[in-house]
Write a protein that binds this ligand. Sequence first.
Ligand SMILES: *Cc1c(COP(=O)(O)O)cnc(C)c1O
Length: 323
Amino acid sequence: MATLYINKSNLFKNLDKISSINPNILAVIKDNAYGHGIITVSKLLKEYGIKKVCVRNIDEAEIIKGFFEEILIFNPTGARNAKNISYSINSIKQLKKNKHPYIHLKIDTGMHRNGILENEIREVLEICLKKNFKIRGVFSHFCCSEEENSDTFIQYEKFKEIKEKIEKFCKNNNLKKPIFHIANSTALNKLPDTFDFVRPGIAMYGGIEGYKAIMSLVAKGVSVREIENDGVGYNKTFFSKDKIKLTTVDIGYADGIPYFKNGCQLKETKAVGKISMDYMSVLGEYKEVVVFDDIKEFVKNFDTITYEILVKMSPRIKRVVIE
Ligand SMILES: *Cc1c(COP(=O)(O)O)cnc(C)c1O
């Protein structure tokens, strides 16, 4: 079977780099920790000293609730009484139906995907006060932080203003001051101030420049053959005049590799022809083939982003931590 290796020292180096900007990290481990394996990654984060994480839904929070002091659920439904679980409040409508006492208010400062609108904040705070909700955090999300443009600063300034208002409200009503957080990975080095906590995902996993990739995919050879003046695979989109050796390895598009019709550059060799559901053919004779060890390189084969390939790595593939 193929194996996904998770490189602990690279993860820790990425965390060191993030910590040098702001040591208070709300680590984003939604969607099976971007495909790396939510339990595998949670154990490592706990070992590093991470105390707070963000997940997608309640099912994910349940899996890892023993690991952390606080788990923020981005898209919660239903109610859970666990004290270490916080719900993101993504709209005033959701707040009115909410029964979970520990919350983070998500504010729409410009992405317009979800979040409480600026002119709803006053009412939202009054509801929280009346219903005795504990506002543990207030946050927002950037729409364009991977680009060099002014949206990030407009959102930053807006968030700063909102922070002052909410802090004033809390002080006047004797409420505990919430933590404020807005910085995703690509905003980390762009902001004058990263507020109380930072909220990185892809940087931890090394899916952007400046950070070390932590996932490598190693496939096993299942058979070797020679062809000459012949093709390989469905529709024989690859053809060789010369006599060559090919190894079939045990990874295909069912495992999360994006579909390709005519080859793909791997770490040391090339896949040729069309990828099959469970297999692909590579040039040369191998017992094992490194499909990728840096997602930033592998993604260049496809019209997609590092996030998508990582997150779609099949949970069936075994995750193994290496030092
Ligand atoms: C996914 C997500 C993040 C992390 O984003 P990266 O680009 O991976 O750093 C942060 N905040 C929210 C609300 C998210 O949905």
